[in-house]
Write a protein that binds this ligand. Sequence first.
Ligand SMILES: Nc1ncnc2c1ncn2[C@@H]1O[C@H](COP(=O)(O)OP(=O)(O)OP(=O)(O)O)[C@@H](O)[C@H]1O
Length: 339
Amino acid sequence: MDQTPINLLEIRNLKKTFAISSGLFARPLTLTALENINFTIRQGETLGIVGESGCGKSTLGRCILQLLSPDEGQVLWLGQDLTKLPAEEMRRRRQDLQIIFQDPLASLNPRMTVGEIIADPLRTLRPELKKEERRARVLKTMEAVGLLPEMINRYPHEFSGGQAQRIGIARALITEPKLIVCDEPVSALDVSIQAQILNLLAELKDEFGLTLIFISHNLSVVRHVSDRILVLYLGRIVELATGDEIYEDPKHPYTRALLTAVPIPDPKLARQRNIDALKGEIPSPINPPSGCTFRTRCRFAKPFCAEQRPPLETIDGGRLVACHRWREIEVPEEAVLGV
Ligand SMILES: Nc1ncnc2c1ncn2[C@@H]1O[C@H](COP(=O)(O)OP(=O)(O)OP(=O)(O)O)[C@@H](O)[C@H]1O
């Protein structure tokens, strides 16, 4: 029997722009939030998406879920293009694709009880369910995420951030989705609570056979949960590889720069790695640099990097990198994480 995992989701040539007003009578400017985005997600995989603030992570998550309409490109769910689905069909498809937000308390309606919040997606997506069936599902889902049954009639403000995120996870889980986009799910939580929520997501993934997209600006958070990691810079993919490849043999200078923010215990190694640290501000996506958009902050850049956009090349059996100079950039072995 063929055991090859199937592609649950395929993103093809995705582009998303926003029109930015630049004054009452001025023509709006175009901000390109995502461009030329191509990748696939296999069933059962966790794909991490990393990059600095403003690089397009949330926009990508929202375009996948059709909470935002892309300008161009396809979002293929088991081969079916979600961007072309009529609203009613998309509403039904939503059961399969859910989202968990960054700020758990802000994303929960303060006037609804925990039970009402968790049951809410069922009211719209499974209106045929009877009240008792809904309640039974809510209690089962609460148990799965570690909430006690007696919490069902309480309100969000009575909960800590970690508990509130469990409510958000239960709300996403109740429709029995196949894919959950986790948009910075632990960034707003205390460090001591972050590991609990990450472990819970990993357990739920195994228990329910979920596929996860895990968005974070923090590469160390993504490392622990992801099979593969997609690195975004100014709305473009600069690298896509397995977690081990990204950590042990990063090919793109931007990935190397992100790695310098991941703590390592040895101060000598940390100093060596710091030469890769990011310098300067991220350029405006309204007027990005010509050629390679990372060149203005790249310590390996040469004049020709300003001339052409580097293509996203497939290298070493499937990983992707977009850098004119990746072949010439050697990573000193002792500077690599964990060596
Ligand atoms: N509704 C919008 N209108 C105009 N510009 C937007 C809108 N949403 C996002 N942007 C812009 O698109 C770019 C990508 O934003 P996005 O929120 O996707 O980035 P991000 O990587 O998720 O950042 P963060 O980690 O800060 O959330 C940014 O320049 C942002 O200002």
